[in-house]
Design a protein around this ligand. Structure first.
Ligand code: SAM
Length: 279
């Protein structure tokens, strides 16, 4: 991230969610606040998305990861989880529209510059901040999640659900494993949902070219992708930390679950969304 500035990729992800509401009518992921928090009018968002048809793949992935995370959260709430942490929240709107608000303690963790910008966006859009929500400004590279969350009132003795969407690739491997280690260490158990990508060298050539273009773009924004995971390695390390159940959807599984009418086979490799739990 650029020093003192909010995340530009957080803006891009929010734009994809808003465009999905208009262009696909929120078919994969319905977000009633996606457009409002962005502060753009529907016509501009729709026109810009339509002018860049290559953005559709990323837009649908962003929609899928939010849908997957919120479905997993709903199931965890049914089983009694009452603490939710949105890590690297960006302009995510879960906390402001969840039907479970009265039952939950929610925490939004983000880089201080992005979080300050989001709070301004919420104010400008007149989106009320629910009593159940606490903001925790944390730079993952310079502060541990444990310190920052406990200071914000998180109760480590209670089960918790963490979403961590669109963040892991931007962090150093050390800070990713430090965060996952903290989540795995919670004594009453925890869930985490995050996305990651297969190493570029394993992608089919057409996807690799698209990936390289996008990697160059985010690097120019000051938010370079720092690493990727090979699924087998990642699962082994998660199990070693104590995550006993792992569900990992790669492109074929995402296609089967969310795009059953897709024409043509999906690629084997690409973006993944993963749910790991110690409960
Ligand atoms: C691509 S955005 C994703 C935002 C949001 N989760 C979403 O899906 O819309 C990346 C997020 O990671 C956060 N981030 C990047 N580096 C960070 C760091 N070192 N500490 C805390 N947050 C960080 C940014 O502030 C931004 O909100």
């Amino acid at each position: 991230m650029q020093p003192g500035k909010p995340s530009r990729t957080a803006w891009a992800a929010a734009t994809h969610r808003a465009a999905h509401q208009i262009l696909e009518q929120g078919r994969i992921f319905h977000d009633s606040l996606a457009l409002r928090i962005l502060g753009e009018d529907a016509e501009t968002v729709a026109r810009e998305a339509a002018e860049h048809p290559s953005r559709r793949v990323m837009r649908m992935f962003v929609a899928v990861r939010s849908r997957y995370a919120e479905d997993a959260l709903a199931a965890a709430v049914e089983r009694g989880v009452r603490q939710v942490v949105v890590l690297g929240a960006g302009l995510d709107t879960l906390a402001y529209r969840t039907a479970f608000s009265d039952m939950l303690r929610l925490f939004e963790v983000d880089h201080p510059s992005t979080q300050a910008w989001k709070r301004q966006r919420l104010e400008d859009a007149a989106i009320p901040i629910p009593k159940s929500l606490t903001f925790a400004p944390i730079d993952f590279e310079h502060q541990t999640l444990a310190e920052g969350l406990v200071a914000a009132g998180f109760d480590p003795s209670q089960p918790a659900f963490f979403t961590w969407l669109g963040v892991v690739p931007y962090l150093t491997e050390e800070s990713v494993w430090s965060t996952l280690g903290f989540i795995a260490s919670l004594p009453k158990g925890a869930h985490v949902v995050f996305d990651y990508s297969d190493p570029p060298a394993s992608l089919p050539v057409e996807l690799r070219i698209r990936h390289e273009r996008r990697a160059q773009h985010v690097a120019e924004l000051g938010e370079a992708w720092l690493h990727y995971f090979e699924s087998g390695d990642l699962h082994a390390k998660l199990r070693a930390l104590g995550f006993s159940a792992i569900e990992d959807l790669g492109p074929p599984q995402i296609s089967a679950r969310y795009f059953p009418n897709r024409v043509g086979a999906p690629p084997d490799k690409g973006g993944h969304i993963l749910h790991a739990t110690t409960i």
